[in-house]
Design a protein around this ligand. Structure first.
Ligand SMILES: Cc1cc2nc3c(=O)[nH]c(=O)nc-3n(C[C@H](O)[C@H](O)[C@H](O)COP(=O)(O)OP(=O)(O)OC[C@H]3O[C@@H](n4cnc5c(N)ncnc54)[C@H](O)[C@@H]3O)c2cc1C
Length: 288
C-alpha cells in the first residue's frame, strides 16, 4: 500500500491550506473529504473579512479555494474517515471507501453542533457503529438500523442491504430517494435515545421504537475522540500547542476543531502552521 507523507482530513479552509502548504514543501499528500469543500464555506451568504477576497459569496470563495488547490496539483479523494490509528512510525486511516497509510496526519475536520444521542457513546462498538460499508460483512442474515444524514448515505444502505436480511433506513434529511427491496424507509423519524436490550440494539424515537442487530449513525462528522483514539481533548476541541501538535506524535490539528474563534482566516492560518509542523516532523523522522 502506498504510504503518503501527510494525510489531511477535511476540505474546508484549514484542510485545503494544509494540503497546499504540504504540496509546496514537496510532500506527497492525501486530502480526504468532499470535492465541494465545506458546507460552512459554500453556504455562507457573504464574507467580509477574508484577506484579499472582500465581500465574496460563500460559493464563490469555495470555488476560489478549490481552484487554488487544483492549480497546485492538490487532488481531493472523496471519502469519509472513520478512524485514525497510530501505528508507531505511521498512521492507518480507516475510511468508508478503503484504508490508507500516512507518516503524519492533519485533522481539519471542523466542528459539528450535533450531540451524541443518550446511549450512543456507551454502546459504540457494541451495537452502534459509524460505518456501514466497513461492517457490512458482519451483517450477513442480520438486521440493521441506519440513521442517515445525507442522500450520499443511500448508497451505503444499498451496500449493507446486499448482506443484511433487513435494513431500516431513517433519513434525517429531505428524502427523495427510491430505496426498496429489503430496505424499509421510515421518513420523519426523530430519534431520542439508543440502548441495548436482550442483545438487540434499540433506537427509541418520539413516535416509534426500532430494534435490530445493530445501529449505524452516518453523520458527516465524528467526535474527534472517536475519530482518533487516545487524543487529548480540551472540552469539545482537540488540544494543540502553538505548532498545532496534538498529544499524539505526528498528528496535528487545525481550524475550528482546535477551538474558537470560528473564522475562515484563522482556520487557513492554522492549516498552514500544521502543515509546516508536519514537514518538520517528517524531516526529523527521516534522520532517526
Ligand atoms: C453560515 C456561516 C457563516 C460564516 N461566516 C463567516 C464569516 O463571514 N467569516 C469568518 O471568518 N467565518 C465565518 N464562518 C465560520 C467558518 O465557516 C469556519 O470557521 C470555517 O469554515 C472553519 O474551517 P475548517 O476548515 O476548520 O472547518 P470546516 O469548514 O467545517 O471544514 C471541515 C471539513 O471536514 C469535513 N470532514 C469532517 N469530518 C470528516 C471525516 N471524518 N472525513 C472526511 N472529511 C471530514 C467536513 O465535511 C468539512 O468539509 C461562518 C460559518 C457559518 C456556518
Amino acid at each position: 500500500m502506498e504510504r503518503f507523507d501527510i494525510a489531511v482530513i477535511g476540505t474546508g479552509p484549514a484542510g485545503l491550506e494544509a494540503a497546499i502548504t504540504a504540496k509546496v514543501r514537496n510532500k506527497s499528500v492525501l486530502l480526504l473529504g468532499s470535492k465541494g469543500s465545506s458546507d460552512k464555506v459554500e453556504k455562507a451568504h457573504s464574507i467580509q473579512n477574508y484577506l484579499g477576497l472582500p465581500n465574496i459569496p460563500g460559493d464563490k470563495m469555495a470555488q476560489t479555494f478549490l481552484d487554488h488547490a487544483a492549480s497546485m496539483g492538490v487532488e481531493i479523494t472523496e471519502d469519509k474517515v472513520n478512524a485514525v490509528y497510530s501505528m508507531g512510525s505511521y498512521f492507518a486511516l480507516q475510511c468508508h471507501g478503503g484504508d490508507y497509510e500516512a507518516s503524519s496526519v492533519i485533522v481539519a475536520a471542523g466542528m459539528s453542533a450535533m450531540k451524541p444521542f443518550p446511549g450512543e457513546m456507551e454502546n459504540l462498538g457494541r451495537g452502534v457503529s459509524y460505518c456501514a460499508t466497513c461492517d457490512a460483512a458482519l451483517y450477513k442474515g442480520k438486521t440493521a438500523i441506519i440513521l442517515a444524514y445525507s442522500a450520499a448515505d443511500e448508497e451505503e444502505a444499498e451496500f449493507l442491504a446486499e448482506r443484511a436480511e433487513k435494513v431500516f433506513y431513517l433519513p434525517q434529511y429531505e428524502y427523495a430517494g427510491n430505496l426498496g427491496g429489503n430496505i424499509e424507509v421510515h421518513d420523519g423519524i426523530k430519534a431520542t435515545s439508543i440502548e441495548m436490550a436482550d442483545g438487540q440494539a434499540v433506537l427509541n424515537a418520539e413516535s416509534d421504537t426500532f430494534k435490530a442487530d445493530g445501529i449505524f449513525i452516518l453523520r458527516e462528522q465524528i467526535a474527534p475522540s472517536q475519530l482518533v483514539p487516545g487524543l487529548t481533548m480540551d472540552g469539545n476541541h482537540i488540544k494543540v500547542d502553538r505548532s498545532m501538535a496534538t498529544n499524539i506524535k505526528g498528528l496535528f490539528a487545525c481550524g475550528d476543531i482546535t477551538g474558537t474563534p470560528y473564522q475562515y482566516i484563522k482556520a487557513a492560518g492554522e492549516g498552514n502552521v500544521a502543515a509546516l509542523s508536519a514537514v518538520s516532523y517528517l524531516n526529523e523522522l527521516k534522520k532517526n
